[in-house]
Design a binder for this molecule. Structure first.
Ligand SMILES: Cc1cc2nc3c(=O)[nH]c(=O)nc-3n(C[C@H](O)[C@H](O)[C@H](O)COP(=O)(O)O)c2cc1C
Length: 394
């Protein structure tokens, strides 16, 4: 058993729990947005827009909705393209037109109604766009040719991801400005759809990560070379998103903290750029790794990326979330309690069990008041023994 920061208090014959520090079920407020706990769902592409029009479907509603019913505090919808050519595959969701906005609104309304904060990951896939969906997510499943609805990807430099990938077209400054404006329009539509958290995708080898990493950015203009130059596109986009988002909405950035490759993007650079982003209005940092360089060895294992969240959080003095092979309630709680992250994102565990948060609260013995009424009779016995009338001093 890991130690928990709770004092057990006997009151009126009942044992209740009072926290002495932040823990997995402490609410977290960022700007005007309050997450009911720190059990969050990271973006996960479903490749399920079979009409190829970027409009989310009933699959997305059920997939994300189940996790809202299941008690997650924040649900970040999958990498959602800011433009037609920003999709990884033709089956990705988009937010570049009003039909997509309206379909997202239906989903957001459901998540909100069930107590979860709805977030969206705003994305452009750069040189990793226009590939066939890979249902096993073991890497790109090969280019989608133009004859089948694909396109030539754009990127900071004309360097393909690997030998099987299409060589992208190097972006002009006009392309950079166009994508920046696409992020502006996507921000407006996301807010109109009701999203309260906007996450800029700068991880996993997609467009903004490609600009950050010297392995994929060999430009000689103001967007390449020095760290300041490689970060310029991300900061330009952040400025636009922040301006459109106003004071209430939370803006996150997802980074890959390392390329896991010699000469690549590093945790130190991530911390520096996270600090720059925070100074320009980013509120929170979602710390992942990898995805920009093929064939590297990644030492995966339980919680293997938590150390990067910890490093960025304490070097840049920012708030972070940890992600990657976190599957256990006590370990998730310990990550928060120990101060390595302010929240945890559980991806595949939420797909295995959309009600992970409900289960975790029971396992940790923490009273929550958002067990769905329809499911009350399924509540584990240990959770039921704490009367719902007990005042829990979180
Ligand atoms: C099916 C699937 C789709 C994913 N799609 C995205 C995505 O859209 N955007 C993103 O940043 N990461 C994506 N990821 C990575 C997850 O957000 C998460 O970082 C990763 O799965 C590690 O967390 P886990 O071990 O809890 O699953 C995806 C992962 C999976 C399994």
């Amino acid at each position: 058993m890991l130690s928990l920061p709770f004092r057990h208090i006997k009151q009126a014959g009942f044992t209740i729990l009072a926290s002495t520090a932040a823990h997995l079920f402490s609410p977290l407020t960022i700007r005007s947005v309050t997450m009911r706990n720190r059990v969050w769902v990271p973006p996960m592409c479903q490749y399920s827009v079979f009409n190829r029009d970027g409009v989310p479907t009933s699959w997305h509603q059920i997939h994300l909705g189940g996790m809202a019913v299941g008690g997650a505090g924040l649900i970040i919808a999958e990498a959602t393209a800011v433009s037609f050519d920003g999709r990884i595959t033709v089956h990705d969701t988009g937010i570049w037109n009003d039909e997509q906005r309206d379909a997202w609104k239906t989903i957001v309304d459901f998540l909100t109604e069930h107590g979860a904060v709805a977030g969206i990951q705003l994305a452009h896939a750069g040189r990793k766009s226009s590939v066939r969906p890979d249902w096993n997510f073991a890497g790109a499943a090969g280019p989608m040719p133009e004859s089948e609805g694909g396109w030539i990807p754009i990127a900071p430099s004309a360097i393909p991801f690997d030998e099987t990938s299409t060589t992208p077209r190097e972006m002009t400054v006009a392309d950079i400005q166009r994508v920046t404006e696409d992020f502006r329009a996507a921000t407006r539509r996301s807010i109109a759809a009701g999203f309260q958290v906007l996450e800029i995708h700068a991880a996993h080898g997609y467009l903004l990560h490609e600009f950050l990493s010297p392995l994929s950015n060999t430009r000689t203009d103001e967007y390449g070379g020095s760290l300041e130059n490689r970060a310029k596109f991300l900061l330009d986009i952040l400025d636009v998103v922040r301006a459109e988002a106003g004071e209430e909405i939370a803006v996150f950035v997802r980074f890959s903290a390392t390329d896991w490759a010699e000469g690549g993007w590093t945790p130190e650079e991530t911390s520096i750029v996270a600090g720059w982003c925070a100074a320009r209005g980013a509120d929170f940092f979602d710390i992942s790794t990898g995805g920009n360089y093929p064939g590297v060895t990644i030492p995966t294992g339980p919680s293997y990326q938590v150390t990067f969240s910890d490093q960025v959080k304490h070097s840049a003095h920012v708030s972070t979330a940890a992600v990657g092979l976190i599957t256990d309630a006590e370990i998730a709680n310990e990550i928060i309690v120990s101060g390595q992250a302010d929240a945890v994102l559980l991806g595949r565990e939420h797909m295995r069990d959309p009600h992970f948060a409900l289960r975790a609260s029971a396992e940790l013995g923490i009273e929550i008041d958002y067990w769905p009424a329809q499911y009350l009779r399924s509540r584990p016995r240990s959770a039921v023994t704490t009367p719902t009338t007990a005042k829990v001093a979180f």
